[in-house]
Design a protein around this ligand. Structure first.
Ligand code: GLP
Length: 252
């Protein structure tokens, strides 16, 4: 299978990535009418989602010019459930709430039955397929909630969360225990997107970033699947990039 080399760019921090990400969104809007844009949650994207919300609120971007979706949702978390992914997207980027109400934000179902998952996949297809998918990466190399060992051929499915994933989510749910399961976009869904942009900031992501870009392309590091995609950009800060060979000259 062909292996591609993602374009890697080093930025100062998550805030410095914001104009680049907004530019990627603008280019997706210019490339075709009503593109389906796949957003991602997590602290990696907080600054971007807030900035996107401001662009939409102030009319520099038009929320009627695209359809939105995202990667994953905790099992049984309704869209308005505190701690859930749809809730987080609406908190950080309020225009997405209005899009949800209008039916132009297609949320990942919080139930794992085959019919609901198939219906979601069909909705994405009817919207033309994901044109741009933003992705964070877990400390253990997960993408969305595809934990190590997930077959690259898997589509939307219910994932059992890894211990490190639950630990990272613990503060979000304290004093309750973090969820154990989530519905997630599968590796096959991620690979089907036209363009991928992966972001990782901070030293705790350095090993996963190294495995993504330089380890074997296999299911032990789900993020390594991005090397099976021909159009991938990776935005890192220096800390997340520190295990990579030969990047010192690429900063800026
Ligand atoms: C969760 C999400 C992932 C995300 C990851 C990283 O596990 N399912 O899509 O990449 O968190 O989160 P953070 O950006 O907070 O490090």
């Amino acid at each position: 299978m062909t292996e591609h080399v993602p374009r890697v760019r080093i930025v100062a921090d998550a805030q410095a990535a914001v104009p680049l990400l907004l530019d990627v969104v603008r280019r997706a809007l210019a490339a075709r009418p009503l593109p389906l844009l796949g957003f991602a949650t997590g602290s990696t994207f907080t600054a971007f989602l807030r900035a996107l919300g401001a662009e939409l609120h102030d009319g520099r971007l038009d929320e009627r010019a695209f359809v939105a979706t995202h990667l994953d949702e905790y099992l049984d978390f309704a869209p308005d459930a505190d701690g859930g992914m749809v809730h987080e997207l609406g908190e950080e980027c309020p225009p997405l709430r209005a899009m949800l109400a209008r039916g132009t934000f297609l949320p990942v179902p919080a139930v794992g039955d085959d019919a609901a998952l198939a219906a979601h996949a069909q909705r994405l297809q009817r919207a033309g397929g994901v044109q741009l998918q933003l992705l964070g990466i877990g400390r253990n190399g997960h993408l969305a909630f595809n934990e190590p060992g997930t077959p690259f051929g898997a589509g939307f499915h219910v994932a059992t969360l890894a211990a490190s994933t639950r630990d990272d989510a613990r503060a979000r749910f304290a004093p309750a225990e973090p969820p154990t399961h989530a519905v997630t976009s599968g590796p096959a869904n991620i690979l089907a997107a036209r363009r991928l942009v992966v972001c990782a900031f901070g030293a705790r992501k350095a090993d996963a970033v190294h495995a993504m870009l330089h380890g074997p392309v296999d299911e032990r590091c789900p993020a390594s699947l991005v090397r099976r995609h021909a159009d991938v950009a990776v935005l890192l800060d220096a800390e997340a990039a520190r295990a990579l060979p030969g990047l010192a000259a690429a900063s800026g």
